[in-house]
Design a protein around this ligand. Structure first.
Ligand SMILES: NC(=O)c1ccc[n+]([C@@H]2O[C@H](COP(=O)([O-])OP(=O)(O)OC[C@H]3O[C@@H](n4cnc5c(N)ncnc54)[C@H](OP(=O)(O)O)[C@@H]3O)[C@@H](O)[C@H]2O)c1
Length: 272
């Protein structure tokens, strides 16, 4: 316990799913976590659970398309604590669908969040780590889909994220800043919020849970945990991914834990 005592971590996408589990895990190990997302009430709830468990959390509610807000949030974390040890780019979005029938706005949203915001967040973290002479880790939550298996336009954004991480790893090799890419398989989160309702409701129905999901809905943790426990062969839990992040950021600093593929033992049926 407390392997990260006194450290500072910024986590985007921390209002839900994988980012939330990472925030809780890093805070549980002693980090002051600066958690970002859009849903202010959900962020406050995450901060409350962290503080109730004796941890430290500060929140920032903004859209990652507001690059200035993201840069300011990262800088503020470093200014308030005098350091920045861990930056986790966990926010991401997936609009499923074929390229032939896709919408430009959906492609833009995916590239903006999954690639551009991840670049902006990583750059802000590098600057803060340099200014505070911190030994840091920049962790990006990519995906199995980034491995080049042609998974919708989303897969292209995650392949781009992987490529950015490889470039960063080279750029920073002579500095005390490591770059880590975590590529999860299917995880029971709100990631399906833009998926067709019949697909999401059918998935829950297949494990005996009745839902009335509509596009954009955010499901409760209780429902997601029930889905994961009924279908653990095809869904990992957010905390499984948090464990991989904790492993990567607690290794000796001269060691590069570059890429981790982590997921359930069976593959997930694709959404159309
Ligand atoms: N779940 C999976 O099966 C899976 C598999 C592989 C990789 N991943 C990756 O894991 C990461 C986390 O996803 P998740 O599964 O935890 O999904 P999730 O439950 O939907 O969480 C996504 C998070 O990203 C935030 N976010 C999205 N767009 C944003 C924006 N424009 N501005 C600010 N915040 C934004 C959301 O904030 P709000 O909710 O506050 O809007 C939320 O906190 C993503 O990068 C995803 O690509 C997920």
């Amino acid at each position: 316990m407390n392997s990260l005592l006194g450290k500072t971590a910024v986590i985007t996408g921390a209002s839900s799913g994988i980012g939330k589990a990472i925030a809780r895990r890093l805070a549980g190990e002693g980090s002051h976590v600066f958690i970002a997302g859009r849903g202010v009430e959900r962020l406050q709830e995450v901060a409350r659970t962290i503080e109730d468990a004796g941890g430290k959390a500060s929140i920032g509610a903004f859209d990652l398309n507001d690059h200035g807000a993201l840069q300011a949030f990262v800088a503020e974390a470093a200014r308030r604590t005098g350091r920045l040890d861990i930056m986790v780019n966990a926010a991401g979005v997936h609009h499923p669908g074929t390229i032939a029938d896709g919408r430009t706005s959906a492609w833009q949203a995916m590239f903006e969040t999954n690639v551009i915001a991840m670049l902006v967040g990583s750059q802000a973290a590098i600057r803060a780590m340099r200014e505070t002479a911190s030994k840091g880790h920049i962790v990006t939550i990519s995906s199995y889909a980034g491995e080049g298996n042609a998974y919708h336009v989303y897969g292209a954004t995650k392949a781009a994220a992987n490529s950015v991480c490889r470039a960063l790893r080279q750029e920073l090799a002579d500095e005390p800043i490591r770059t880590v890419t975590i590529m999860p398989g299917a995880v029971a989160t709100n990631f399906g919020r833009h998926f067709p309702p019949e697909f999401v409701n059918g998935m829950f129905k297949s494990v005996g849970i009745s839902t009335e999901f509509k596009k954009g809905d955010v499901l409760s943790d209780t429902m997601l945990e029930a889905l994961q426990s009924h279908a653990s062969a095809i869904f990992a839990s957010p905390d499984d991914i948090a464990g991989a992040v904790l492993y990567a950021v607690t290794q000796p600093h001269d060691l590069s834990v570059s890429e981790i593929l982590v997921g359930p033992r069976k593959s997930f049926p694709n959404a159309a």
